[in-house]
Design a protein around this ligand. Structure first.
Ligand SMILES: N[C@@H](CCC(=O)N[C@@H](CS)C(=O)NCC(=O)O)C(=O)O
Ligand SMILES: *[C@@H]1O[C@H](CO)[C@@H](O)[C@H](O)[C@H]1NC(C)=O
Length: 224
């Protein structure tokens, strides 16, 4: 059977990067369609009319949206190098923490990255509480999934990038090695792992993007 897999992404999307990693880890051949978020293609709007976001995976002409859902789909269709655990309880927990990552960790870190002063302090305190929970999840493990990279590692992979951006833009460490030794070790292991390390977006371009986001956010807050 010939499989046609296309991935709609942008150069920087951390959500799309999840799908890239999963495709690479499973050794699935695919084609990239590069989108510009400020000028979305008709195809993207057609394939993801609900959210109009990347990533969208197109498998034999049928679209799937939402990065975590795409990961599950890939895992069901391509059984090699399974991403989710076999055990139902472990599988539920992996999904639980991935959701926590998107709903709690990501917004707090994002706010900490773009804000200043009191707002930044509050966001940082919140982010630290959340990071502590992830630190606890890593006890006795190299990766969140165990010995190898799995679903939750991929779901939390954006942390590696944002942590680096954070250090460069805000001049202090978000994931501090003394406070979060396991998470720090994980960041290193994950970002240097084969497959993962080849896919990072260009660092300088990413820094510029976040500096611009930060300025936009602060201009908006000072005008309200
Ligand atoms: N929950 C979605 C989030 C995807 C998302 O936010 N994508 C951004 C790019 S990083 C996007 O396409 N934004 C376009 C827009 O908001 O108009 C997922 O996991 O796939
Ligand atoms: C938007 O994208 C289309 C092609 O998808 C291109 O022809 C057009 O020039 C782009 N517009 C801008 C403002 O970049």
């Amino acid at each position: 059977m010939s499989e046609v897999v296309k991935l709609f992404k942008t150069w920087s999307s951390a959500f799309a990067l999840r799908v890239v990693w999963a495709l690479q880890l499973k050794g699935i051949k695919y084609e990239c369609v590069l989108e510009d978020i400020s000028n979305k293609s008709d195809l993207l709007l057609q394939y993801n009319p609900v959210y109009k976001k990347v990533p969208v995976l197109l498998h034999n002409g049928r679209p799937i949206s939402e990065s975590l859902i795409i990961l599950e789909y890939l895992d069901e269709i391509w059984k090699q190098n399974p991403l989710l655990p076999q055990d139902p309880h472990e599988r539920a927990m992996a999904r639980f923490w991935a959701k926590f990552g998107d709903e709690k960790v990501m917004p707090s870190i994002w706010t900490a990255l773009v804000s200043e002063g009191k707002e930044q302090e509050v966001a940082l305190a919140e982010a630290s509480d959340h990071l502590q929970k992830l630190e606890d999840e890593l006890r006795g493990k190299k990766f969140f999934a165990g010995d190898n990279i799995g679903y939750l590692d991929i779901a939390l992979g954006w942390l590696t990038n944002l942590n680096r951006v954070f250090e460069e833009i805000c001049s202090f460490k978000l994931v501090d090695g003394e406070r979060f030794p396991l998470l720090s070790a994980w960041l290193e292991e994950f970002s240097d792992a084969p497959v993962i390390k080849d896919c990072w977006p260009p660092h300088d371009k990413l820094i510029h993007k976040y500096i611009a986001l930060r300025q936009a956010y602060q201009e908006k807050s000072s005008s309200t």
